[in-house]
Write a protein that binds this ligand. Structure first.
Ligand code: ATP
Length: 195
């Protein structure tokens, strides 16, 4: 079994890459999915969040008001650190659990915070996907119908590609079309004998 950690900035193409890698037989463990799993109703993290921040974050169906939580921690570094200290170990445990339950020999662990957390320690190799700054902005705006300013603000909170590159074993070039990306991934799969 080989575990590849895939990371990259907002709109760099992580999901586009994992969608294709999945079609080529990889099992995908997605940090964003795991982050939702650990705050499902009945999970200890959800109870801790309601205890800490208040019951107003509980929606009528018992689930977490994620937008309300985002607003609560916005511009409040202490609240943000508290939440990260609560969730990051649980997200990592959920990822580990999904890895252990997978029977695939090629697992891709995709995470925007792979290098910022200790999630990278679960991986045999780090792959970084890159597009240009303008492509990241344009593609994210088109996908989310968000403003370029918001995307740029999120980018300013993330590691730079230079910082990521220092720790990557392989760089996936996503400056071309989706077909180009798929061809590059095919080439990598063949070169590393992952099929
Ligand atoms: P986030 O960190 O925000 O989750 P991401 O890294 O997963 O982003 P994607 O969602 O895969 O990025 O890509 C952003 C958008 O750009 C998507 O709508 C995707 O379909 C599109 N996209 C990705 N790669 C390409 C490409 N090479 N050509 C055209 N569109 C692309």
């Amino acid at each position: 079994m080989i575990i590849i950690g895939l990371t990259g900035g907002i709109g760099s193409g992580k999901t586009a890459a994992t969608d294709y890698l999945s079609s080529r037989g990889a099992a995908i463990v997605d940090a964003d999915v795991c982050a939702r799993v650990v705050v499902e109703p009945g999970k200890p993290a959800l109870t801790a969040i309601f205890d800490h921040f208040g019951e107003h974050l509980r929606l009528p169906d018992g689930t977490l008001d994620r937008r309300g939580l985002r607003e609560t921690i916005f511009n409040d570094p202490i609240a943000k650190s508290w939440l990260e200290a609560l969730l990051h170990p649980q997200i990592r445990d959920e990822m580990l659990c999904q890895i252990e339950n997978s029977h695939a020999h090629f697992i891709v662990l995709v995470s925007p915070l792979l290098l910022e957390t200790d999630q990278h320690k679960l991986c045999d190799q780090i792959w970084l996907i890159e597009a240009s700054r303008n492509q990241q902005i344009e593609r994210t705006v088109a996908r989310d119908n968000s403003s370029p300013e918001l995307v740029e603000k999120i980018m300013s909170t993330q590691l730079s590609n230079d910082q990521r590159r220092e720790r990557a074993n392989l760089i996936i070039n996503n400056h071309g079309s989706l077909d180009d990306l798929h061809a590059e991934l095919d080439h990598i799969i063949e070169r590393l004998d992952l099929s």
